[in-house]
Design a protein. Sequence first.
Length: 368
Amino acid sequence: MKPSARFRSLALCLVLGTGAAIGACTEGGETTLPPATDAGGDGAVADGGALRDGASDSAVTDGSVVTDGGTKTDAATPDAGPPPAGSTAAVANFGNNPGGLKMYLHTPGRVAAGAPIVVALHGCSQTAADYAGVGWDALADARGFYVIYAEQTTTNNFNRCFRWYESAQTGQGGEAASVAAMVAHVRTTAGAGKNFVTGLSSGGAMAAAMIAAYPSVFEAASIDAGIPYRCATSIADSLTCQAGTTKSAQAWGDLVRAAASGFGKTRVQLWQGASDSIVGPANLLELTKQWTNVAGISESAAATDQIGSATHKKFVDGAGVVRVETFSVAGMNHGAAVDPTKGCGKAGAYILDVGLCSAGYAADFFGL
């Protein structure tokens, strides 16, 4: 599929920060704000949210690598302990950070030994504080799991996009290695248990990279408006991939299998707005093909039903376990689905009130 001129403009706004460079990203007559700026000159995010620190937007990097088992090498001594129960705080030093990312950690209001971890990866033009609007903190407090918010810096990408389109960032190095180090840090300092990952848009594409590069670390993923793993390996590929690139299920699966060993257990949930003007809805089918192939199951859904405005499909293995499930939300544009009237999230830029709680369904899928 060749992207239209309008699609290329919108996609460039979100991948390269073109729109942000002139002040805003404009879509369909609606203007979305560029990344929050530092009003005080101390590098803190001046967005009115709860997540602030005084560090520079540039994170310390090194050349060390996090392995699939989460082992940190050549890393500085990490910060001690998680923040108090029911709060979120910046973690300035979580160890190895070759991708130059920032980390925030939410400790649930009630926490037990071995509490799970959900890694949450925001979309382009968002901060960690913005992405908290999807509703993960309230779920964590109610169900007892940690939430790690990885945050992109404007040093890496002016529009705060995770660099899902660069192969150096999506294997066991770069930004993916930084996220894996965050998980290792919380497991070590808080005694946390199983790990899960979720993300929106560029964060959704990076969530796919995390389960591909670290299959023994993550139990499952929930990907919102994402893109198949290794569809793009450079900026030149990214626009076509955002519109939707077609491959066979085998070809998509081979890209994942080439990333790391140890596949077999990872489960994947997929969300896509059927009217998404940024990440083409065709990506839902391509992601489904990729992850059903990795799971070794049929591309044909075992069950289909309607949940609100979403067409919901389940893809199961021989034991009847749901390995892949999909939500295609009619009339929904680019964003994560929330349902504020039922206490799920807060609508905002790329966080859309469509009467569906994507975070709640993800937590259920994770078994949290």
